[in-house]
Design a binder for this molecule. Sequence first.
Ligand code: ZN
Length: 443
Amino acid sequence: MRCVVGRFERQERIRPPILGPNEKYEWNVDGVMKDGALAASNACEEELNPDVNVNTCTAHMGVLWIDRHKSLLRDPLNETIIREDFESFKNIQFAEASDRTFDLMLQKWTIVLNENALATAFSVAWRGVSCTRAAVNKLAVVPGGLPSDNNGEEGKKVGQKRWQGWQKKAMVGYIPDVADYLQAVSRSDKEFGGKMNKAVNCCKFYSEVYKLAKQPISSLTVSFNYEAYQSETSSRARSASASTPKFPSGTFIITATRVIKNLHEKHKIRLLPEFIQAISGASTTRAGPRATGSSKSANTWLKQFIDMACQPVTFLLGESMDFDSAIDWMTSFYIFTPITADAYLEHLYVRLCSTGLSIIPLQDIKALGTSGLMSCSCKRWLHYAWCHHSAADAFRKNILVAFPRNMDPKVSRKHQVGRPVKAKPGGARTLPDEEPRLKKRRK
Ligand SMILES: [Zn+2]
């Protein structure tokens, strides 16, 4: 298929519109999500400017491709590892690190798993192809937040045909109609979708948020103000990168739960100041995330992560860096960035209201500036534009004040399903602060 926006017949190239003397036509493309077909890549290369953000569907690149190439596996047991590796690769938090992480992943498949045939075929098919969620999210106002990383929208072709009234229109009429349709169904970062995804709007999610918000030692409390750290390191003139802050004012580095658990279990660390010291002090650099070689062993975990965040490719080129170490580092800390763009806040606010969460007025959130709602670089945020870190942080800041009534983790749901055994007629199950709604008995 030569065309980027397909018409209903395959193999048909969309020709430029024929314009009348007074007609003007301009089509600006910011980003494209395409399937795995080589023709689609060729079309994008030929028809679009090089600065357009072109990404490939990860379902075609990962799940479907591996399904079709299982016969290349030397050991069938390696299939699970390969699928997990691809899932980790897809969720890396730095878009700039995509190519280097791709190389490290293939290195692991070749050297550690000894799956040369599969690694070679994968490399031939996908090297240089952009697909990670961080790369897809490059167009977002703040890091993260474009919840579409596959071309599932293609499944809406029927809707598109219906929108067109089942008519095949000429180019000039067709493109504006498609643009209207895409606007209507778009899940883009600027417009968001209308509702919060169920994965971040369910009992399990709110239970996680509730625990995280009230824990004295958690990802949110073992966190570091990037600006303060930067000015401190600049004053000590420790590194050249310290003088060029990469993240906006109000950004925090939060520690992954896995690292906190690891410190607690292996090193018996119990108090918050000790956790802070262990991560930001040089004395315990060998514990937790994998050490990155003797030259960096004197650096703190925090410094090593910030070095990676500022210059991911250089960091990943380190001698002892393998794929597992790279993923380990990239999932040990997350970048927590304030959401200050009005358009972004407004759409996030609408989505939050649609869940039933009680939230303070929008103007109050805007007035908070860099101390308000935060975006995260974790896997969940990259996928759903909302995560347990951001939600728990909003509860701690009293931006969110109550959970949805039917999913409140503070209310025991153990005995709330079905009618109580000894219920009186009309005594329907009610929440604690709700008056029973008594029905009138029929006489
Ligand atoms: Zn997060």
